[in-house]
Design a protein around this ligand. Structure first.
Ligand code: PHE
Length: 338
């Protein structure tokens, strides 16, 4: 009886407590076994009664032992051979590619198949490559089409260093260093001093295309953009080129694609017009070719620039551009396996 009382007072806070209980009562040298040893000395006529009592005690102590094991588990007790089943699961370590990365890769892939190689250029740029060489004259209002972040050097604010407002700077850098034929896609981050909202951000990405060779025509531009739109958004996609103005292309156009969400019927995405703008394009202005050392009598070219966020928002039905930069895993993990 005293053994039973002693045993019932045990509680287990850890696996070690449970093990101590086992050593004290149930092991070879434990209290229960001692009683079984005593049993041998019990006179025969009492053996039956003593035996029954002993077996009852054994069952009770074993019951106590298993309840202690459970207790030990609940209070976090665990060891190498008995893992803690109450620990939260190890999180799935596999990440997802960012939707902009997925979109960038898809764009490069589509143009790679048309023979465009990938090129890169600096985000911090001089006025020359971002504006002047692209035929934006100094103090010309066209510069105000793109609100620019200028970079101060020391105390003096010098307006000749800036964060590029578009990827067109890479066009100039390429034409300076390579002879035609040129066929490149240039993807990267650009910056504009704009108020941040669901539709606009002060940083975003563009995919710039440049094709310079003999006899490159506006028709080549149209075919290339149409093929891209079909590959990116589906084979029924149409494109529309709307007359526009850029200092570095002539003629210039805005690129629209048919809204595949409402299939031309008019919805909120396309502001009920059936068309959505994805970028600008045009034939490279002879002045630009010339100032990059390419003879405009011999060569012609086309160029285009498209917004990558815009394309990703259409493709994945994303309604707020800020989501791309928030780094919220609840948003990002939705692109697993996309
Ligand atoms: N750079 C222009 C913009 O960001 C887009 C563009 C690129 C237009 C190439 C024509 C040719 O608005």
């Amino acid at each position: 009886e005293s053994i039973l009382k002693e045993a019932s007072e045990w509680s287990a806070k850890s696996a070690q407590d449970v093990e101590n209980f086992r050593l004290a009562f149930l092991s070879k040298k434990g209290k229960l076994n001692q009683l079984f040893d005593e049993f041998k000395q019990v006179p025969n006529e009492k053996k039956r009664e003593f035996g029954q009592e002993l077996n009852k005690l054994k069952t009770q102590i074993e019951e106590k032992f298993s309840s202690l094991q459970e207790q030990g588990n609940e209070s976090g007790g665990h060891s190498a051979d008995r893992p803690d089943i109450f620990l939260p699961e190890v999180p799935d370590g596999l990440g997802a590619l960012h939707p902009l990365t997925l979109t960038r890769r898809r764009i490069s892939e589509i143009f790679a198949r048309m023979g465009f190689n990938s090129e890169d250029g600096p985000e911090m740029e001089t006025d020359w490559y971002n504006f002047t060489a692209l035929n934006f004259p100094e103090n010309h209002p066209a510069r105000e089409m793109q609100d620019t972040f200028f970079i101060a050097r020391g105390k003096e604010q010098k307006d000749d260093t800036l964060l590029r407002t578009h990827t067109s700077n890479v066009q100039i850098r390429l034409m300076e260093h390579q002879k035609p034929p040129l066929r490149s896609i240039m993807i990267g981050r650009v910056y504009r001093n704009e108020a941040i909202s669901a539709r606009a951000h002060c940083q975003f990405h563009q995919a710039e295309g440049l094709y310079v060779d003999k006899n490159v025509s506006f028709r080549d531009l149209k075919d290339t953009l149409l093929h891209f739109a079909k590959e990116m958004f589906g084979k029924d996609t149409k494109i529309r080129l709307r007359p526009s103005y850029f200092p570095f292309t002539e003629p210039s156009a805005e690129i629209d694609i048919s809204c595949f969400i409402c299939k031309g019927e008019g919805c909120n995405i396309c502001k009920k017009t059936g068309w959505v703008e994805i970028g600008g394009a045009g034939m490279v202005d002879p002045f630009v070719l010339e100032s990059s050392g390419i003879d405009p009598e011999e060569y012609t070219g086309f160029a285009f620039g498209m917004g990558i966020e815009r394309i990703a928002m259409l493709k994945y039905d994303i309604n707020d551009i800020r989501l791309f930069f928030d780094n919220d895993v609840r948003f990002l993990s939705q692109f697993k396996g996309a």
